[in-house]
Design a protein around this ligand. Structure first.
Ligand code: SF4
Length: 281
């Protein structure tokens, strides 16, 4: 019980006793105590009524791949407007990939030491699928399975991605799948900006060579490093642009494994793409 509530209760008792006996004798110590308590009660701040702004946030961080606590109820998209991604991205050593084809590019990547991620990789995961694809998926980076097999999206998240592609009435071998970084970040952490900047020229050349009709970015990392945008929950489902190619940001399959309800959002995004590609009217 707070001192204010205790004081109110004491006054109530005294008031009831006063009705029986209007003369209540108080010792000097109790008079001092009541005087100080009264002063404290009059100056104590009134407990604030909770407002939506003061309630704990329901929106987790802007990262849909890194393991995080269980999701909160609907409203995961941050209600407040997110600041534009104005942080300067680091620049990497220039690299001339102007005349490379995909085979040469993959060979270069397999021997690449442009960033620290080369130190702990077992294999680079360059790409999977068709160089003639109309549809290109871009994820973040290899996980443990991809690092072992040297192919993007072959673990549990990759199997879910394969199911999504199948639900779109497309074969996985007919799309092109790549990542922002080609080497596994330790403990599946997100790529650091300098790592992404070092690896991005390879991805840019891949996009140039494949020339897809539509790009799907999976999760917050490609949204940030390829498109210089933040807020996957705000951006998903809305068409963006990469050098004239329409881009649909959506959630990463790893996120769907943790939050199955988000599959509905992803499927809505995929339907937009199917319409765009003429697979569905
Ligand atoms: S992540 Fe990319 S830039 Fe870094 S070492 Fe691997 S291939 Fe090279």
């Amino acid at each position: 019980m707070s001192s204010v509530t205790l004081f109110d209760a004491l006054l109530d008792i005294l008031e009831r006793r006063r009705r029986d006996n209007p003369y209540i004798e108080l010792s000097p110590e109790n008079q001092t105590f009541l005087t100080q308590a009264a002063l404290h009660a009059s100056s104590a701040p009134t407990p604030a009524t909770p407002t939506p702004a003061a309630l704990p946030p329901t929106a987790p961080a802007d990262d849909d791949r890194t393991p995080k606590p269980a999701p909160q109820p609907p409203g995961r998209e941050p209600p407040a407007a997110e600041a534009p991604n104005t942080a300067a991205q680091p620049t990497a050593e220039p690299i001339d990939l102007g005349n490379t084809d995909l085979v040469e590019l993959e060979t270069m990547v397999s021997a690449c030491t442009r960033c620290e991620l080369c130190k702990e990789r077992n294999r680079t995961a360059f790409a999977d699928g068709s160089a003639d694809a109309d549809l290109m998926f871009i994820g973040e980076g290899p996980g443990a399975d991809e690092d072992r097999e040297g192919i993007p999206f072959v673990g549990a998240a990759g199997q879910l991605l394969t199911k999504i592609i199948g639900a779109m009435k497309i074969r996985r071998e007919d799309v092109y799948i790549a990542n922002i970084v080609k080497c596994r970040p330790p403990r599946n952490r997100n790529p650091e900006p300098d790592e992404a900047a070092a690896c991005l020229p390879y991805l840019e050349r891949q996009i140039e060579l494949v020339a897809p009709k539509v790009i799907i970015t999976l999760g917050a990392v490609p949204l940030r490093f390829l498109l210089d945008q933040k807020g996957i929950r705000r951006q998903r489902g809305n068409w963006l642009d990469y050098k004239g190619i329409p881009v649909m940001p959506t959630f990463h399959p790893s996120y769907l494994l943790r939050v199955p309800d988000a599959k509905r959002d992803v499927w809505n995004d995929m339907q937009q793409i199917m319409v765009r590609l003429g697979i569905q009217k």
